[in-house]
Structure formats: C-alpha cells, structure tokens
Design a protein around this ligand. Sequence first.
Ligand code: SF4
Length: 401
Amino acid sequence: MPVYSHSRLSAYRQCPLKYKLRYIDRIKRDTEGIEAFLGSRVHETLQKCYDDVRRGKLNRPEELLDFYRDAWQRNWHDEIAIARPDMAAGHYQKLGEKMLLGYCRRFAPFDTDITVATEMMLNFALDDAGKYRMMGYIDRLVRAPDGAWEIHDYKTGAHLPAQAEADSDRQLALYQIGIRQKWPDIEKVRLIWHYLAFEKDIVSTRSDEDISRLAAETTALIDKIEKATDFPPADSNLCGWCEYPDLCPAHKHECLVESLPPDKFKNETGVSLVDRYAELKDQAASIEDEMDAVRAAIIDYAQREGVTVVRGSSRKAAIRRQQKLKFPGKSEEGREGLECTLMAAGKWPDVSQLDTAELAKAIERGEWDKKLADEVAKYSRLEETTTVFLSKPREDEARED
Ligand code: SF4
C-alpha cells in the first residue's frame, strides 16, 4: 500500500479521475498554477524568516521582501498558468508582497516563540500495525510560551473558512498524530492557520476522541481508494485549476476547440450540434409558453361566448370542466393525518404505490442496512440511460464568437 498524504486524499475526494491520472497513472505536467507558484514563494520566504531566527538572525520586513522578489524572479518559468484572464503575473506578485507585509506587521521580529522546525517532514502510521502510513510537511512547528506545541500552516488562498470549517479540517489534525508519534510526551497541541490575505489566524484544538475518529475515517477512506476500480470525473469549480483537462471526458472537447479560430470553432461538428440543440430547446420553451397562453385564451373565449366547443379550420377544441377530489401532496399540510387515517383503516396498500425512483436513490446512497439493501437489490437490474443536459459555460470558459 502506498504512503498517503493529505493532498493525495483530497485529490480523490475532489475528483477520482484527477486522483487516478496523478497518483496511479503518474502523468506529470509541467504547468503550475500561479496561485501555487505564489504560495510556494511566500512559504519559502517565511521558512527563511524562521530558519534565520533559529540561527539568531532577525530579518527586517524589507529584507524578507527582497528575498521574496528575488525568489519570484529566479523561479519564474513560462509554464505558469494564470486561469483568470483579467489577471497578470504582476498582480499576484504584489499580492504575495502584501501578505508578507501584513504578516510582518503582526509578528516581526518573529522571536516570541520557539521554532522547532520549518517544512518538517512527517511520516507516521494511522494504526498500531503500521499498515496505513501517511506523510506530510508542517510549515512551522512551534513551542509556545505556555508550553503548548503549535502546528502552523500558511494559507495564501482567497477563501477564509469559518471556525467550524477549520475545526473539521483534517490536514493539521493528521499532523497532530504525526508529532505525537515522534514525541509521545506532548500534551497540549494547537493547530494554527495563518490566512495571510486576511491577516487572520484561526486556531483549533482536537480531543483524543476527535483524533481517534479522524484516524478511523482516514483508514476507511484509504481502504475505499485501494478497492476503487472506477474513477469517474467530478466536474466542479475547481476544474479550472486541474492539470488534466485534455485527458478528462468532461473537458477534453473544450480543450480541442478552444484554440480554433472563430469560423472553424462555429463549424466544428460538436459545437454546431450543441448550438442547434440549444436553439431548439429555446424554441420548444417559447412554444410551451405560447401554447399555455393560447390554451388560456380559448378557455376565456368559450366562457365569454357560452360555448363548450370552439371550431377551428381543421380541428375543434372541446372545453371540459370537471370537479375532482384533490388530496394534499407529499409535503402539503394534512398529508400526515391522511396517511395515518388510511393506514389505521388498513386501506394504505389499496391506494399507495412503491416509489421506485426513491428506492433506487436510497440503495445508491447506501443508507439502508446491508442485508436489506442486498435483499431489495435482487429485484433490480442495471439499465443504462443517456441524457443530454445543457448548461452555460463558467465565466472563464465562455466564448462569444
Ligand atoms: S478537469 Fe475536473 S473533472 Fe476533469 S479530471 Fe480535472 S478535476 Fe476531474
């Protein structure tokens, strides 16, 4: 079994296909997102900052900024991808400088705690037998003045999570397992995220029960990944940052046509088929609206003229008025009482029907006891259906040729 990492597990959770391409097929890509590049340069700068503190040197903010700018120039390469068309590399470089300055304002001269290690590699087991192994890097491990150990993590993204989200974050909690295995006498541990763009730190602590639950959930996820034979694509907003769109059935066609000149783009078979289908769907929707309006006008006309049949040239329209009993729908008021009455009278089987769509969903979601689900599944068969859903491309994918 391979050694897992938080990013490996997250890749599977985010998209099984991306996981397969990256970790099973080991397809390497030279492209690097600008956000990841910015994150690496900021991390390097803060690593230098605290490594110097450990050697007795306290850097001034300008010195750290010089280091950052130099690292940016030295590492820059042509394969860095900027997903947002309205942003340039310079915007990101400045953003990193702003984050570092904000951090310096709050923490310079950086010597109020003891840095045990920076970019510390951990390799640890999730179980006593050592079957499930994990590895990871702690940005900075700290002994705080009150004796607690702190796992610090720098975040350069544009999302500030709520406290509840941080309290359920797995990465640093997994590292807590790692440092406890390295130093079993550690008692108090704090997990600290520095959200640099917001100049905000989020602190979380985990009980022993939380940690045991996390280890159990993580080993279960590893088992699931190890057993997986199907790795479907999971399309999401994060696809813009994926390095494999050209190998992904959900994005491959987009990749094929995106560089075509306008006339070739419009005439490409797939593009023209989808354009025509969308046009027809729009027409069908407007015809539906028009039919509703004409139907209402015929009823009005018949009422006004006191007739029940209206003659057209090749057809006639009969207007029937009926009164029907109407009972409350599934979530309407009175439904529960109605169902109880019917069940108490033993009439429920006469008027109820099995909802097979709901049944299929319950089995697929794995909500039921396995024995019952297996018993019920014996009556099912697998049927393949193919549907075509139309949706608008995301803003960054739209093309107005
Ligand atoms: S583009 Fe999206 S759906 Fe396709 S492999 Fe990447 S993350 Fe998965």
